[in-house]
Design a binder for this molecule. Structure first.
Ligand SMILES: Cc1cc2nc3c(=O)[nH]c(=O)nc-3n(C[C@H](O)[C@H](O)[C@H](O)COP(=O)(O)O)c2cc1C
Ligand SMILES: [Fe+2]
Ligand SMILES: [Fe+2]
Length: 386
């Protein structure tokens, strides 16, 4: 079991059976729901876990309590993957107080009908502290670092930041690898991507603290040199590209658009693009393609026309980028159509709604299949992108 220290202990659970996290994210390596307990004169439990792992969590908690009773349940985030077991825990430990934000307190009644929390809540705000004995928790508001009620807490004695969903990743702890960034990036952009400004605000507060350990609600506890993690979060939340390169994302029904997209990718490589990643939107993991779109500074969208619009997976992809606040990037557009091409118009309209984006010319139109006569336009687009 993950060890933080003798007095701060891990009581979370791995979930290897979940098909889709939040009903949309493929998690081939599973997921972890992290929870911690601080053992001191007072005992504080830091969040619960998803209901799917209730029994295991209760066993983990009981094993760490050694017959003692917890005094506090600190709720950093009300989303059910962490908060499912609040009502049950409050019922089990009758002297326990829930410590959380005012916004979270308002949500409690909606999640747990018929449970009277009124005499059981201690509301905290930015700057408040909770003394446990040797340990002291300092609360930090982190609104919209996933949900509006989110708080983080900093334990001053051992210099631990309980970071809620920030610094989390996909993957169960038992499947952990050395490559933190791969699944942390996919998690960040899909789950927190919309809230770069709010993440920046929290990073500024974190910079003022001496942090030795980050305890997130998913993924490994982070220790040692924390600079690489903090610096990636800074880049990501500024909407700055992380790696030079070009994503070519295509939506093709019968393969014509795919062939043009693959040819364009070869041209980009020949012309010296640092890295070119090609994704078939019908078959790739959408969350992974979104991650790549944020990772690189340039994106080519290539799509078949469809019912006077664009082939739906491309619409879905651009819609995802819009709602995740995608910005500061360069786009190239390729469309395909057999009688009245309409894909480029729709893609352009969707892209133009994004902040600080550039669409490079020419926008290339292919009629059914890429032909020799299309090559100069594709070359021109490749030149404009590299
Ligand atoms: C259901 C359906 C709707 C389509 N709608 C349009 C359309 O509105 N305008 C158009 O020019 N082509 C339309 N097409 C034709 C495709 O866009 C065209 O054949 C294109 O070359 C397909 O590219 P692909 O080989 O990459 O699938 C439609 C095709 C299908 C199957
Ligand atoms: Fe969350
Ligand atoms: Fe979460």
């Amino acid at each position: 079991m993950t060890k933080i220290s003798d007095t701060i202990q891990y009581i979370g659970t791995d979930d290897l059976d979940i098909d889709l996290f939040e009903s949309q994210y493929d998690v081939p390596e599973g997921m972890s729901y992290n929870s911690y307990v601080i053992i001191d004169d007072k005992i504080a439990v830091m969040d619960t876990v998803d209901n799917r792992k209730a029994e295991e969590w209760k066993r983990n908690l009981a094993a760490r309590l050694n017959g003692r009773t917890p005094d506090y349940l600190v709720v950093h985030h009300m989303e059910p993957d962490h908060a499912s077991l609040i009502a049950e825990t409050v019922k089990t430990y009758e002297s326990l107080t829930v410590v959380t934000s005012a916004a979270a307190a308002k949500m409690l009644g909606n999640f747990f009908e018929g449970v009277d929390f009124s005499s059981r809540i201690h509301i905290v705000k930015e700057g408040d502290t909770l003394e446990l004995g040797h340990h002291t928790l300092h609360f930090i508001a982190a609104p919209m670092v996933h949900w509006p009620e989110v708080i983080m807490s900093y334990e001053a004695q051992e210099k631990v930041l309980f970071a809620a969903d920030a610094f989390g990743k996909f993957g169960a702890l038992c499947n952990e690898t050395d490559d933190w960034a791969c699944e942390a990036r996919r998690y960040y952009f899909n789950i927190c991507g919309k809230y770069g400004t709010q993440v920046q605000a929290v990073l500024k507060k974190a910079a003022a603290l001496d942090i030795h350990t980050i305890c997130p609600l998913h993924g490994p506890v982070l220790t040692g040199d924390l600079t690489p993690y903090l610096s990636l979060y800074d880049t990501w939340s500024r909407y700055e590209p992380e790696t030079d390169g070009i994503l070519v994302a295509y939506a093709s029904i019968h393969g014509g658009t795919a062939a043009a997209a693959i040819r364009l990718a070869e041209m980009l490589r020949e012309k010296g693009a640092a890295k070119v990643v090609v994704s078939d939107l019908s078959r790739s993991d959408m969350a992974e393609v979104i991650e790549d779109a944020f990772r690189y500074p340039k994106v080519v969208v290539a799509a078949a026309s469809y019912d006077g619009g664009v082939f739906p997976v491309m619409h879905d992809f651009l819609y995802h980028l819009q709602i995740k606040n995608y910005q500061n990037r360069t786009f190239g557009i390729v469309e395909n159509g057999s009688w009245a091409p309409s894909a480029a118009r729709v893609m352009r309209e969707m892209i133009e709604k994004m902040k600080n984006v550039t669409i490079v010319e020419p926008v290339v139109t292919i009629c059914s299949r890429m032909k020799a006569s299309d090559v100069p336009a594709l070359e021109a687009l490749a030149d404009a992108l590299v």
